[in-house]
Structure formats: structure tokens, C-alpha cells
Design a protein around this ligand. Structure first.
Ligand code: ADP
Ligand code: ZN
Length: 525
């Protein structure tokens, strides 16, 4: 679709200036606003922080009637509505936190045309009572935010989102928009189907966040690495630290506090009051570090988050992108920092393998994890790998990721890979990395001797390298799918390993494990 001309946009720009104080639309915002204000449908794919809200807020104000925003983020609706009211917009919300009287009041305002914007949780919107009401009220548009929630393939599947397929049937003349930051093809297809948007224009903005510096390092003492990073580059800055388990969230937060970092824990197991308090502090104070599980952050709009750190691997590239995307919404330099190690790779692989999800879902999830691990292990520009996953042909090097700033050496490690694979096979495909390393290094430990592994031809073939190198080789083999992680952390050679063992394929691995850690954490000028 062409860029709308100035005359068409004038009323929209006027509103933008008058209400929000902004001088111009960003990127595709102008096209989206003019399409929807003119009565058209739209599919909007924009990264977190890209400015999705204005895409439905402005057309809602331009069109007669109330704009209905469907959102799963009940906890944030009140804040959003308060902010809008502060700007002079007549906004309200409908969700399970309202009293019966509160609901009646909103419904009355809706019917009498006293609202510009109404936020609603999907389960509330889909009540027959609410739908009947909407049929009698003037509706400007339906905007389905976080639209990826319709898809079972996504990480935020909400069954009630699928019920939104009634909207095109019951309100065929009201413009519909879907908005999401998740670009994956299957998810996109699900959204188009449920909301019947097949014929609507799709607006896709670049997923590049040039101000975010991407860094991925090897984990050895994660808490200390994190503290060094914060002290060296982000002392006194607001940041988010993601951990996998509630326990490590609490431990890490306590530890950071003891080291003098202003930190607070956040996870779904805390009482609601504590969670709200942590969230409010994060939004309103300067320089607070929130240590959290992934439960934290969806919909949080704090512009000056200076870093997002991962102490554990996310489960997919989408997850990684969304979580790191919470940094630097104000466009200023920010850091996405992550450390991971062999045991993380083994853990997530095992968690996926042992889940009781249907096979097809497991395959898709394994593919998403593979993409993330490829990203972690890459020696190429990280931004290039990240954006390629989202279908963008970005040409690096970007000059603002660790591999660009400090290019890792790569080496043909086919022989080392063969040694490691043969150690796994000859010991019966059931021992973990520590034992395999002992065998490779020729260490006659009690376990090695009791298993008779000191008599294997593989025993001691790897003495030319140190333990760290072997851990690195094994990690990369698991990441790249040559070794599979089984029960009790046991590693076994996969079908894919055969080509390597037969010498039909070669393997180039990073030498990062040989590099001093400090070099990789240098501050970017
Ligand atoms: P998203 O929902 O896509 O994550 P938001 O709608 O919350 O993003 O917008 C992110 C930030 O960008 C907000 O602080 C918003 O005020 C700001 N923003 C969006 N559009 C513009 C614009 N045209 N001019 C200036 N600031 C904008
Ligand atoms: Zn780069």
C-alpha cells in the first residue's frame, strides 16, 4: 500500500500532536492509521516497542464510535486506561477485576457513546451479553492485540482467543486489526484464519533493533559474570534479569542485593500484592533491576530499560527476541546479554523431549530451540542470524554484537568431534559430559576404571586439549544435534553423527572456549 498523502493524514497528525504531543508517525504507522481509519482491515507485525498502540488508538479516535481493544493483559489494563484518561481520552476497560457496578457503568457509557476506547479481556468480550451490547453500540473498530495468542504454535496460546472468530461473522462491517510482535509463519496463518484477515493488507516493520547490542557468552560462574557485567557497563541502570526457575530468581535477586545492586524478585509464585509492588517499583523508580521468570514483562512499557540479561536459555528465538526487545525502547544504546553452558543445552533439550505434548508440537518446539542454539553458537554476526530467522535479509556485519566486535576464531574441529562422538558411542551412549571428558583426557577415575573405560581405544585420545575445550566441543555437538541428551544427562550419538564419523561431513567450531572471558565483556565504546 502506498504512503497516504498529507491531506488524508492531516486529521491523524493533528490528533497525534494534540493528544500525544508527537510530531510524526513512525514507519508504517501512517499507512496503518489511514487504512483502518478509512474502514479497512489490517494485519500488523511490529516488534515490541515499535509503536503498535497508536496504530489502533488514533483510528479509534478518528472514526465514529468506540474502538474495542482485545488484550489478554488484564493486569495492565488499568494503567493503560489511566494513562489515556490523563491525556484526555475517554477510555475504560472490561475485565474480571471490575465489580458488578463497575461493569454496569462501563456498559452504560458504551451504549450512550461516551467512550473512545474500550479495553476488554477476550473472555469478557465473548460473553453473549457483551456481544449483544456491542451490536447496539457504535463500534469504530476491533483491535486484537497480542494476536499470536490465537495460535497453539506460539508460547502464549490462549484458547479463548480462538473464539474471536465470531467477530468477522457478527460484525462484518467493522474494521478488524490484528497486532503482534511474533512473526512466525504458522502463527501468522492462524491469526489470518481466525480473524478472517486473508484479504487484508499486512504491514510488517523491520525487526531490527539497532540500538541493542547482542552478546552471548559461555557460562562459568553466572552470578559473578552478571555482577561484573552490571558493574562494568550498567551500574545504576534499570534492567531485567531472566532466570528459568523461581528458586534461581529468588537466589539471584538476594545475591545481587547483598552485592549492593538495587534488585527485586518477580515470578508467578509470589503473592499478587508483591508482584504488583515489584512492577510498580520497576516502572516508577530509576535504576531498579528486576530478576524474573518469563512471567515478567509482557506488555510492560518502560522506555529506559538499559539491559536484559539471560542467565538461562529461553526456549525459542521468539522468546529471546521478545525478552531482549524490552531493552532500549527509547532508542538509546542497550545491551542484550546472555550466558549459557553445556548443562543448559542438555536441560532444555531434555525438558522438550520428555514433555507429553503431541509429537508434532514437540517437533516444532525442537526446531525453535535449534534455531536459538544455532544463534548462540554462531561465529557470524548475531543480528544477521536473528533477523534471518524472522525472514529478513539483513546484510551484516552490524558492528554492534559480540561476534562483530570481537570475532571468534573458528577452526576445523572435525577430528575432535569424531573423538567426542566415538567416546559417547564406545561407552554405550549413556554417560554425561563429565565422564566423557574424563575418558577423552585419559583420567582413570574410579568410575572410569569400574566401567573398564580405561581400556577403550578412545581413552586419552584428547590430551592435546584441556577440559574446557572438550566441554565446548560437547556443548556444540549437543547444540547442533550430533549428540542427543537423554536421561540423567546421558549423551548419545544421533543419526546425524554418522556422516561426521564417516568423514563425509566436516565441522567448524568456535574456539571461544579457549578465549579469556574478560575479553568478551569489554565495554562497547
Ligand atoms: P508496542 O505496543 O509495539 O510494544 P508501544 O505502542 O507501547 O509499542 O510504543 C512504544 C513506545 O514508542 C511508546 O513509549 C510510545 O509512546 C512510543 N511511540 C510510538 N509511536 C511513536 C511516534 N510516532 N512518535 C514518538 N513516539 C512514539
Ligand atoms: Zn553483528
Amino acid at each position: 500500500p502506498a504512503t497516504p498523502d498529507a491531506a488524508t493524514l492531516a486529521p491523524a497528525l493533528d490528533l497525534l500532536k494534540r493528544i500525544w504531543g508527537y510530531d510524526a508517525f513512525r514507519g508504517v504507522q501512517a499507512q496503518i492509521v489511514s487504512t483502518v481509519a478509512g474502514g479497512g482491515n489490517a494485519m500488523v507485525l511490529m516488534p515490541t516497542g515499535g509503536g503498535k498502540s497508536l496504530c489502533y488508538q488514533v483510528p479509534s479516535l478518528l472514526r465514529p464510535g468506540v474502538g474495542i481493544i482485545v488484550s489478554p493483559l488484564i493486569a495492565l489494563m488499568k494503567d493503560q486506561v489511566d494513562t489515556l484518561r490523563g491525556l484526555g481520552v475517554r477510555a475504560a476497560y472490561l475485565n474480571s477485576t471490575l465489580s458488578l457496578d463497575g461493569v454496569r457503568e462501563v456498559e452504560a457509557a458504551l451504549l450512550s457513546g461516551e467512550l473512545d476506547l474500550l479495553y476488554a479481556a477476550p473472555e469478557r468480550l465473548l460473553l453473549p451479553r457483551t456481544l449483544d451490547l456491542l451490536e447496539r453500540a457504535p463500534v469504530a473498530l476491533f483491535a486484537v492485540d497480542e494476536a499470536h495468542c490465537v495460535s497453539q504454535w506460539g508460547h502464549d496460546f490462549r484458547p479463548e482467543y480462538q473464539g474471536l472468530s465470531v467477530l468477522p461473522d457478527r460484525f462484518p462491517d467493522v474494521p478488524r486489526m490484528a497486532l503482534t510482535a511474533t512473526a512466525d509463519d504458522r502463527t501468522r496463518a492462524d491469526i489470518l484464519r481466525v480473524l478472517d484477515l486473508g484479504a487484508a493488507p499486512q504491514y510488517v516493520s523491520s525487526f531490527d533493533r539497532p540500538n541493542i547490542q547482542y552478546r552471548v557468552g559461555q557460562k562459568d560462574s553466572p552470578k559473578t559474570q552478571l555482577l561484573d557485567f552490571i558493574r562494568a557497563e550498567h551500574a545504576g541502570d534499570a534492567g531485567i534479569v531472566y532466570c528459568l526457575s523461581r528458586k534461581s530468581v529468588e537466589e539471584t535477586a538476594k545475591w545481587l542485593q547483598a552485592q549492593g545492586v538495587d534488585a527485586v524478585a518477580y515470578h508467578a509464585g509470589l503473592p499478587p500484592r508483591e508482584r504488583t509492588h515489584a512492577q510498580d517499583r520497576f516502572l516508577n523508580e530509576e535504576g531498579l533491576v528486576v530478576v524474573a521468570t518469563v512471567a515478567f514483562g509482557m506488555g510492560i512499557d518502560k522506555p529506559n530499560v538499559r539491559f536484559v540479561a539471560h542467565l538461562d536459555l529461553p526456549k525459542s528465538m521468539e522468546g529471546y527476541y521478545q525478552e531482549t526487545g524490552r531493552a532500549g525502547r527509547d532508542g538509546l544504546p542497550s545491551t542484550a546479554w546472555m550466558v549459557y553452558g553445556l548443562s543448559d543445552v542438555v536441560n532444555v533439550r531434555r525438558m522438550l523431549a520428555s514433555s507429553d505434548a503431541p509429537e508434532e508440537v514437540k517437533r516444532v518446539e525442537a526446531g525453535k530451540l535449534d534455531a536459538l542454539l544455532t544463534y548462540c553458537e554462531t561465529a557470524a554476526c548475531r543480528r544477521e542470524v536473528l533477523l534471518a530467522y524472522f525472514g529478513e535479509g539483513y546484510q551484516g556485519p552490524c558492528g554492534n554484537c559480540d561476534t562483530c566486535l570481537n570475532p571468534p576464531r573458528v577452526r576445523d574441529m572435525t577430528r575432535e568431534a569424531q573423538m567426542a562422538l566415538s567416546a559417547a558411542i564406545r561407552t554405550g551412549n549413556r554417560f554425561g559430559a563429565a565422564h566423557l571428558t574424563d575418558v577423552l583426557l585419559g583420567r582413570a577415575t574410579e568410575k572410569v576404571v569400574s566401567m573398564n573405560h580405561h581400556t577403550l581405544p578412545t581413552f586419552g585420545v584428547g590430551v592435546a586439549h584441556d577440559e574446557k575445550t572438550w566441554r565446548g566441543v560437547l556443548r556444540q555437538l549437543v547444540s547442533l544435534g550430533f549428540l542427543a541428551a537423554g536421561e540423567h544427562h546421558g549423551l548419545s550419538a544421533t543419526g546425524k553423527a554418522r556422516t561426521l564419523l564417516k568423514g563425509e561431513a566436516t565441522l567448524t567450531l568456535r574456539e571461544d572456549t579457549l578465549m579469556p572471558r574478560a575479553r568478551r565483556a569489554e565495554k562497547h565504546p
